[in-house]
Design a protein around this ligand. Structure first.
Ligand code: FAD
Length: 432
């Protein structure tokens, strides 16, 4: 009735009781891709999303750097061509420096010892351009989108979860064999399920903006590690950079209040002479925005009939640009677990919420999430440390990383996400 539905199919009446195999709360990129994958495994799926989907550009552009592993995944899903058609910033070269210190480390896509070496290390995509093809594919699927709406309450029973949905002032009840929280960092589903988190507030804000520079980007991303936090320059499709600048609350307040000229001066100073010599002077700047930075990892990624994916399960520091990539690997893992159960049980209607499958999903994900979170944490601690001699060591370390080929290749595999992508097997279950 009053529901916004994909494909404008008017099927649901709010007063009706509707059964789904899976209800996903949160229609961000992770919820949307999961819905597409489950639909292809012939599960009936609904997405409950707080907002009506919007794909238009924001100012500043909200972008994510996807590694090549995520590109391979979205290609396998048949989404990449459409995403690429919007235009991408390719990252073929990453330069890591510490302003005011010696040492520099370079990663080149050409050095990737893999069959995929014609590809970039990563791709910078606007969030709307990532979501729009996903929502177009949802329109051609059987997935029901219920938006704008939210969950009022849910109750986990032995064979199903009973879910109360609020849309405007109307309440309705639907059921699912599995309830998924893909509702972001401040997940309502995680909180309602009583799943605690560990982590901390970094006491930093991520300041984002898009900048034009004299020399353009030449498909290079720059990571400048400062003691108060990293400053990243990510190449955009139109030759500009998107910046993510981790700043203390006081610094962020000042930077947001500055006029453009003063901001550009502060930015160039923070990036350091070595980086600015590659970029040329900053000649233009978009509006600025900021996000609080925090580490939040759910103590449990799944319970009986409930799973958390994406930022609802883990929100990490954007220093290494890995949050979305981790979320796609959550989806790949859950789908792999379900597809394997279907293949083993020779049964098209495997209960997707059963405890054993939820446990398998949670166990498989924890190692990868902790490894990436640990790596990002150690980066921020190493570069944030003012222990005597540490600055010298960092400079030496950066210079010498490139001269250890095995280590450089390992970092390349990790940065490109190809090491992790190769671990997944696409399900061979016949698609609908
Ligand atoms: C400054 C910054 C830079 C970043 N850069 C990168 C990068 O370069 N590379 C990278 O891989 N990652 C990056 N990330 C992380 C990345 O953006 C996230 O990991 C990713 O967006 C998580 O996707 P998600 O679908 O899990 O959550 P979200 O994108 O947060 O989507 C959650 C969805 O749930 C909906 N929702 C929320 N609450 C409810 C509710 N109660 N009921 C119903 N729906 C609800 C929301 O409206 C939203 O649509 C960055 C993050 C930040 C802050």
């Amino acid at each position: 009735m009053n529901l916004y539905l994909v494909g404008e199919r008017e099927i649901m009446g709010l007063a009706k009781h509707i059964d789904f195999d899976v209800v996903i709360v949160g229609g961000g990129a992770i919820g949307a891709v999961l819905a597409l994958e489950l639909d292809r495994l012939n599960y009936s799926v609904a997405i409950v999303e707080l907002r009506e989907p919007l794909f238009s550009s924001t100012n500043p552009e909200r972008v994510v750097a996807l590694n090549d592993g995520s590109r391979c995944y979205l290609e396998a899903l048949g989404l990449w061509k459409e995403i690429e058609a919007f235009g991408l910033g390719d990252i073929r070269h990453i330069v890591v420096t510490e302003p005011g210190n010696r040492g520099r480390f370079d990663l080149h896509a050409d050095d990737l010892q893999s069959a995929d070496n014609e590809h970039a290390l990563g791709h910078v995509v606007e969030m709307g351009h990532l979501l729009e093809p996903m929502y177009r594919a949802l329109q051609d699927s059987s997935v029901e989108l219920i938006a704008p709406a939210c969950i009022e309450a849910f109750e986990v029973q032995q064979d199903q979860v009973s879910i109360q949905i609020r849309r405007d002032d109307e309440l309705s009840t639907i059921t699912a064999a599995l309830l998924v929280g893909a509702d972001g960092t401040y997940s309502q589903i995680r909180a309602m399920a009583g799943i605690g988190v560990f982590g901390w507030d970094y006491n930093r804000f991520g300041l984002v903006a898009s900048v034009t520079t004299e020399l353009g980007h030449q498909e290079t991303a720059h990571e400048c590690f400062r003691s108060s936090g990293p400053l990243a320059f990510l190449p955009l499709a139109d030759g500009r950079f998107s910046i993510v600048w981790a700043a203390t609350p006081a610094e962020a307040t000042q930077l947001l209040a500055m006029d453009d000229e003063s901001f550009i001066y502060a930015l160039q100073k923070a990036a350091g002479a070595s980086t600015m010599s590659k970029l040329g002077a900053v000649t233009g700047i978009s509006k600025r925005a900021s996000f609080p930075l925090e580490l939040t990892i759910a103590k449990s990624f799944a319970q009986s009939r409930l799973a958390l994916l994406g930022n609802a399960a883990h929100t990490i520091h954007p220093v290494a640009g890995q949050g979305m990539n981790l979320g796609f690997r959550d989806v790949e893992t859950l789908i792999e677990v379900l597809a394997r159960a279907k293949a083993q049980q020779g049964d098209a209607s495997v209960d997707p919420g059963q405890s054993i499958l939820m446990q398998a999903y949670a166990e498989k994900r924890r190692g990868d999430v902790m490894a990436v979170a640990g790596f990002t944490e150690s980066m921020s601690h190493i570069f944030g440390s003012s222990v005597p001699g540490m600055k010298w060591l960092r400079g030496m370390g950066l210079d010498n990383l490139s001269s250890v080929p095995a280590l450089a290749d390992l970092l390349l595999q990790q940065a490109s996400g190809l090491a992790q992508f190769k671990q997944f097997k696409r399900p061979e279950v016949p698609h609908a």
